[in-house]
Design a protein around this ligand. Structure first.
Ligand code: 13P
Length: 239
């Protein structure tokens, strides 16, 4: 279970979301080469098939999704109980790729998060607006709706991932990230990670924002040197 740091200390969490990348052998190779620096918490979320290969190193391993029942006729799903037995520490829920490509809704995200947390898993719940929603000035409204299904919990972290910044090389400006994070925290008092084209060369300015408590990294988490550089940046931030 996650323990939040004492009041006033900045929690810096760097999470690597590998999406549908890396086989078992590629995962083992990454984990042999990667050493998380001291002073930052690092977690990795490989595909289900590579979870076991990532266990046993100096970091928590998260799944990329989790169902809201312990077992049942739900083809293609995996439960919190199954993940716990394997030694997995938590799960990402509500990633925009799941919402956009696989029909995930706010309602199902809420159910997944609640059951995972009640089962003792940590949860990174993803929220974020589409480009058209930002352009129409609807960012706050979208975030409010997506957050309405989540309850505060010691094991819950929110990831703000503006959809237009994911895998595009476009990053929210540090001020945009700060504004969205402050808004999220005004609704739900949990740590908030930024996600969307986080790279070694923009990590410092994003992570330095007051309400940015870490990063959810996609593409740059797949290469040991880039992910290490982001983790080092986070480790060197003044607390
Ligand atoms: P990129 O870092 O590749 O933009 O992906 C972000 C993301 O979706 C992490 O969950």
């Amino acid at each position: 279970m996650v323990e939040l740091l004492p009041e006033g200390e900045k929690v810096v969490l760097i999470a690597g979301n590998w999406k549908m990348f890396k086989t078992v052998s590629e995962t083992a190779e990454f984990c042999r080469a990667f050493e998380p620096p001291a002073g930052v918490e690092v977690v990795l979320a490989p595909p289900f098939t590579s979870l076991a290969a990532a266990l046993g190193h100096e970091l928590d391993v998260l799944a990329q999704n989790v169902h809201w029942d312990d077992e049942g006729p739900f083809t293609g799903e995996v439960s919190a109980r199954m993940l716990r037995e394997l030694g997995v520490a938590g799960a990402i829920v509500g990633h925009s790729e799941r919402r956009r490509l696989f029909g995930e809704t706010d309602h199902t995200v809420g159910r997944r998060a609640a059951h995972a947390l009640a089962s003792g898993l940590r949860v990174i719940a993803c929220v974020g607006e589409l480009e058209a929603e930002r352009e129409r000035g609807e960012t706050d409204e979208v975030l409010r709706r997506q957050l309405s299904v989540l309850e505060p919990h010691d094991g819950l972290v929110v990831a703000y991932e503006p959809v237009w910044a994911i895998g595009t090389g476009k990053t929210a400006t540090p001020q945009m990230a700060q504004d969205a994070h402050a808004f999220i925290k005004s609704l739900l008092d949990v740590p908030v990670l930024y996600g969307g084209s986080v790279k070694p060369d923009n990590a410092t300015e994003l992570l330095s924002q007051q309400d940015v408590d870490g990063a959810l990294v996609g593409g740059a988490s797949l290469a040991v040197d880039q992910f290490s550089a982001i983790c080092e940046t986070a480790a060197q931030l003044p607390s």
